[in-house]
Design a protein around this ligand. Structure first.
Ligand code: PMV
Length: 323
């Protein structure tokens, strides 16, 4: 049966909403070109608090509409010329780390503004959040925004069953499906190197336009399809092998980095599989630790110079803070 996620109900200002970050398991970059992707929401969240104020601003910055493209795009798309709002945002998701900080900011803003304008159903929250993130970023897929809106594990353009929603973009559409959580503990490590998603996406687009591009994209598609299946049936060793294979492909399209490779090497003795996660060229790595070796994996990644943390998939997507 198709899961029906609850709508965001109507609320008067002040209103507060929160959204999780995310971590991509398989298929980043290729998803922009229509291939499958597997993503899960993580237990680090962004929370926004919206109330009436003298001018529209974010975290007391009067110039935020000019300076923060995500904030501007969200206000323009959902709030428009309603009365000015004072917005506070706090986040535990590291920025520019490939962990969904922009998707979480955008979807919690859309949820809060949506609540204050009569409520918003969840497919519309996902569609709006994608449009806003994409307009601020210029490129990209709905993988991040749909995952932080839905929570849990989400397959884009893959997996069995009926879609929970379909996201429409200017050139293509993406179908979003639910995948069950196998209940594993994952480790993410931020390299400390921030990077631009848009630049990495454009560089991969250029690489995939070369003569062997279609072949590479087909291989991305195969790995993600098998990966969605492996995670869905809880097969750790198949998942681990596919994580390594996905990393080979990401390296091939030029988004790995010596710092990320050093982290993957440090992780290898105690990780069943690992790869970069997100746009790459910096950002973070994701590892599936050998059972019982989670702490040692965290220690090894910290010694290699990263900021590691154990992440647990968050079943809860974007929601209002009640009370
Ligand atoms: O911005 P990041 O690092 O979370 O990466 C997003 C994943 C990409 O596939 C590279 C881009 C996209 O929009 O899907």
């Amino acid at each position: 049966m198709t899961e029906r996620l609850p709508a965001v109900p109507a609320r008067d200002l002040p209103v507060s909403a929160h959204a999780p970050g995310k971590c991509i398991v398989f298929g980043e970059h290729a998803v922009v070109h229509g291939a499958p992707e597997l993503v899960f929401a993580i237990d680090l969240r962004t929370q926004v608090f919206v109330r009436n104020g003298p001018v529209t601003r974010l975290n007391a910055d009067d110039d935020a509409l000019r300076r923060n493209g995500y904030f501007r795009a969200a206000v323009e798309a959902v709030w428009r010329d309603r009365s000015p709002v004072e917005v506070r945002a706090i986040s535990r998701i590291p920025k520019a780390a490939g962990l969904g900080s922009s998707a979480a900011l955008v979807s919690s803003l859309v949820a809060a503004f949506g609540a204050a304008t009569g409520g918003i159903d969840r497919p519309s929250l996902a569609q709006r959040s994608f449009e806003i993130e994409r307009s601020a970023q210029g490129v990209g897929s709905p993988g991040d925004t749909s995952t932080v809106v839905a929570g849990g594990f989400v397959a884009v353009n893959g997996g069995p069953g009926d879609p929970i929603w379909t996201i429409r973009g200017p050139e293509r559409s993406w179908e979003v499906r639910r995948v069950s959580d196998p209940g594993w503990v994952w480790v993410v490590a931020y390299s400390g190197l921030p990077r631009s998603t848009a630049d990495a996406v454009r560089a991969v687009g250029a690489r995939l336009a070369e003569s062997d591009g279609p072949e590479l994209l087909e291989e991305f598609r195969r790995v993600a399809t098998e990966g969605i299946d492996a995670v869905g049936r809880g097969d750790r060793s198949a998942t681990a092998g596919l994580l390594r294979r996905n990393q080979d492909l990401l390296r091939e399209v030029g988004v790995s980095h010596p710092r990320l490779e050093a982290l993957l090497e440090a992780a290898a003795p105690v990780a069943e599989g690992a790869k970069l996660t997100g746009a790459g060229a910096g950002g973070s790595v994701l590892a599936l630790p050998m059972p019982g070796k989670e702490t040692e994996l965290v220690r090894r990644l910290a010694r290699a110079g990263a900021l590691p943390f154990v992440v647990r998939p968050s079943p809860e997507g974007t929601a209002l803070v009640e009370g």
